[in-house]
Design a binder for this molecule. Structure first.
Ligand code: GDD
Ligand code: MN
Length: 381
């Protein structure tokens, strides 16, 4: 029978933990024919004596374990708990869940159904149909949550996952075994984002189940927006293959220009030849930088023949960009016209505006999609 371990991080949840464990026990009963359940409370010596309540409950329930430690943040507590559940409790499935009754235990069966259907990792989502955030949240908190998720979703360019920050999740333990190395550096709430990103990069099957987040009634939130928001932005800057792809593109643009200028002004080369050479070098260097940096988690393997084939594909994609620019420009001139665009006292030639729009709205998404789906396609699992 698979062993399910529900990990409950607690810091000052004395008013919630008893009620939560009672609700969990009720849900366990519905599933007891197929699963064995345990609860692992990871408490950081809460001053409100949450641990005392857990110890008292342990006398009545043989399936509760308590792991005590120093307070280092939510992520640190989860990592500690997950190692323990996998190494000491022989867990097959791990759950992450808030201990303040914000996550309704009644949803546990839906998580399990998703895993039975083949998911490796299931996230409780407030941003898919059927899910919700509390109506009584202030507008600022709603905006933080919605905008935060959008920034992560599109900053990492993984739009298929709608929820990145929710702390209600379930996974097969093999997922944790695969991603755990180095995870301890994400000590705070950023753990939620970093851990799911690793799951995506390891190509596990991810599913979402709708959840309604319930505002806590007792105690208070430990989230510190002043730390969490910069953590998110820093994480995206350092870890997004989309951001790296973008930087690589800018670098290639600079390289193309500098080499062309060098060949023309220093070596007095014929301009078309100089530009052909600089473009060829920029395309090749972009290919290498993308392979060893932007998409380094999906590096091309399989020897020289594969490299050559991928490089040819890369060149074809670049030719495609040229075609898109031509077509876009043609359509823009025919539909929007050739007259100058006036911004204040500036007269801007229309082709410049058209080109910038074509690059942002067509060339960048097109190239990123082709790189991701064709050239650096994820290996089949
Ligand atoms: N052991 C331990 N150590 N537990 C902690 C710590 C810590 O340093 N910090 C928070 N917790 C526990 C809390 O006691 C609670 O059970 C759970 O982690 C969630 O913490 P809250 O303080 O209630 O967080 P929140 O409701 O503001 O945050 C919600 O949104 C976040 C981002 O969207 C939660 O759903 C988070 O899981 C989510 O990441
Ligand atoms: Mn909470």
């Amino acid at each position: 029978m698979p062993h399910v371990v529900i990990i409950l991080p607690t810091y000052n949840e004395a008013d919630n933990i008893r009620q939560l464990i009672k609700q969990l026990t009720d849900v366990f009963k519905q599933e007891e024919e197929a699963y064995q359940f345990s609860i692992l409370v990871v408490d950081d010596m809460s001053p409100d004596k949450t641990a005392d309540i857990v110890q008292e409950l342990q006398k009545r329930h043989s399936n509760i374990e308590l792991l005590l430690g120093e307070k280092r943040g939510l992520g640190a507590a989860y990592v500690r708990g997950m190692h323990y559940a996998v190494d000491k409790m022989q867990a097959d499935i791990l759950f992450q869940m808030d201990s303040d009754l914000s996550h309704d235990p009644k949803v546990i069966p839906s998580f399990l159904r998703k895993i039975e259907q083949g998911a490796d990792y299931v996230v409780g989502s407030r941003y898919i149909s059927g899910g919700s955030i509390p109506e009584n949240w202030g507008i600022d908190r709603k905006i933080y949550s919605i905008a935060g998720n959008l920034v992560i979703r599109f900053g990492l360019m993984i739009p298929r996952i709608h929820e990145w920050t929710s702390g209600y999740r379930a996974m097969r333990t093999e997922v944790f075994r695969k991603i755990r190395h180095g995870l301890e550096k994400y000590r705070g709430y950023i753990f939620q984002i970093a851990s799911m990103h690793r799951v995506v990069k390891a190509h596990f099957a991810i599913a979402e189940v709708p959840i309604s987040f319930i505002d806590r009634k007792y105690g208070k939130s430990k989230i510190i927006p002043k730390e969490y928001i910069p953590d998110i932005l820093r994480y995206i800057l350092l870890n997004s293959s989309f951001v790296r792809f973008f930087i690589t593109g800018l670098f290639g643009f600079g390289l193309d220009f500098s080499i062309a200028a060098f060949l023309i002004y220093m070596l007095h080369m014929f301009e078309p030849t100089a530009n052909a050479i600089s473009a060829a070098i920029a395309v090749s260097s972009n290919f290498l930088i993308n392979n060893y940096w932007s998409f380094n988690h999906k590096k091309i393997t399989g020897g020289l023949p594969v490299y050559i084939r991928k490089y040819m594909q890369f060149v074809i994609v670049a030719v495609g960009s040229v075609g898109i620019q031509w077509l876009g420009m043609y359509i823009a001139f025919h539909t929007l016209g050739e007259q100058d665009i006036i911004v204040g006292t500036f007269n801007i030639h229309p082709w410049i505006v058209y080109k910038i729009c074509i690059i942002i709205f067509f060339i960048i998404p097109y190239s990123y999609l082709m790189y991701n789906r064709v050239i650096w396609r994820a290996p089949e699992k």
